[in-house]
Design a protein around this ligand. Sequence first.
Ligand code: PGA
Length: 343
Amino acid sequence: MTDNDNPRFKGGIPDYLIRHTTFRQMQIFEAIVRLGSFTRAAEELFLTQPTVSSQIKKLTNVMGLPLLDQSGRSIKPTDAGNDLYQAIRKIFDCLSDLDTRLAGLKGLQRGRLRLAVVTTAKYFTPEILGDFCREHPAVDVTLKVTNRDEMIDRIQNNEDDLYILGQLPSKLRHLEAHRFAPNPLIVMAPKGHPLCKEANISIERLAKELFVFRELGSGIRDAAMKAFSEHGIVPNVRMELGSNEAIKHAVVGGLGLTISSLHTLTLEGASGPIAMLDVQGFPIQRKWYIVHPKGKELSLIAKRFLEFAMASEPVISARMQSLLKDLSACKKPAPAKRTMQIL
Ligand code: PGA
């Protein structure tokens, strides 16, 4: 029997699904699987819990198989639920593309931009977004800030339009990457630390200090560990913290030194409580990348944002250069005062 002879199908389309399910039910199901919780899905969609539960019950009846597996507090999709989730994501991606195409036909006036950036890119992305939104006030923007490991999952699941990260993931082959602004990594110490007076510090000397590093999965942490491992050294990590700002406070509090992105000092500049140490091989010169899966048709808004961000590159580069100059100048001992001899 072909789909056309099957009474459950009309014109090759599963009629029973069209008649008995709704986009709203699919949206609720998608949110529950993505967030792993009925409560959070209800909050995100501004619905009550009983509404969420009853819609899922109806959806389950139509599908004819259990969709969610609830053991204790964790909710996971069953095999059938997982298949449904993948299908819903495709349907919603199509609708989203349709929405952006329509927005394009209306002249980029409306539409959605979904951006995901690694934790440290939050020091410059909001500024670019601010300028972009001033030019396109009706564009609806979502910005997800996450660490590198989670970002790789998001790229694999095609969750966003564009991604900004500090290193191209070797396990993802099919990416189109646009090299963007510099992302120098420097060694930071509290001002007044004895090493601030020293020049050309060796990695071996640096390794005698205690360090505060980012969590596993962070791109900066990977790069910092690599800088030590290239010299066969394992640094002494006193503490791991998931936030660049918390790390800066820990450094100022004397808990250890850190290796971090120069971008994290953008607001306070060289006048803050953190100094840059003069260590061999530093700054580590890295770049940011704006990426998307190869072959993915970018929405007009995403294309516009990409051009817009690339055009802001010279401003960010110049800012990094002048910050490096200011921090290096802070380290140099003040020129000795000349004493005038009166004869
Ligand atoms: P992170 O990544 O914020 O996850 O450390 C930044 C980077 O790779 O430079």
